[in-house]
Design a protein around this ligand. Sequence first.
Ligand SMILES: C[S@@+](CC[C@H](N)C(=O)[O-])C[C@H]1O[C@@H](n2cnc3c(N)ncnc32)[C@H](O)[C@@H]1O
Length: 275
Amino acid sequence: MDFLQIIIPATEDIKEMLIAELDFLGFDSFQETEEGIEAYVQDDIFQEEELKEVLSKYQDTPFYTVSKLEKKNWNEEWEKNFDPVRIDDQVLIRASFHHPDKNFPYEILINPKMAFGTGHHETTSLMIKAQLGLDHQGKTILDAGAGTGVLGIFAGMLGAKEITATDIDEWAFSNMIENAEINNIYNMKCLQGTMAELNLTKYKYDIILANINKNVLLDEIKLYALALNKSGYLLLSGFYTEDIEDIKSEAINRGLKFETSLQKNNWACLMFQHS
Ligand SMILES: C[S@@+](CC[C@H](N)C(=O)[O-])C[C@H]1O[C@@H](n2cnc3c(N)ncnc32)[C@H](O)[C@@H]1O
């Protein structure tokens, strides 16, 4: 599979909105730079017209450059740009080429390749923060939209009995397998597909983690509610604070009880419990 790198000049105030819109078009990952954003997308799903349509909302004349990316170069890019992430003096997320730090009780090794979930994104750290407050010991976990597998791997470190991690993306699927292995998490089953495609509502989970995006969540909350054990917890992220009410009302309509919310830089994470 080949990837394209799209470089888009953008001012600070539009970067987040652009990323959200391109994420919706199926772009895989993003890097914010001083000049704008670098966006990465599989070349077989890239639709130039769709990109132009999005950009025309923000620029008088859509301006961007497209270049083909070698897989090899991409990995080197990560190695140059990926700094360790620290969450609450509790969790260190680092790549295997960084030095370990024994001051952190939990250390997650992530070699992200093309998959999302290095902990640099607000939503990943919000989910990890929320997980720190939940008892995972002996629990069954579903990590839907697992990306690099970071949340499922962390669930394993917190003592989960069994983890199922899913993603629709082929790169994410192979990356999460690799990351589970380097973290010595052997009870994480990795699958490729959506909740519906994999028929996951026939199973029950004690905790469901889903950091995806507003539209997918609104579509899938009913499935998470069906797959949640009584008194089980659902953690959701991947949406902005202004979308909290929409997500909340869908979850409450599906019989879930709102517990808490966390927010960082306009991103939100909500916790619900099955009543
Ligand atoms: C925002 S990333 C989150 C990755 C990781 N869980 C984290 O917290 O850092 C969302 C991931 O969901 C995947 N995804 C999008 N729609 C999905 C769906 N319907 N089912 C499963 N995965 C999906 C994307 O490929 C992407 O890897």
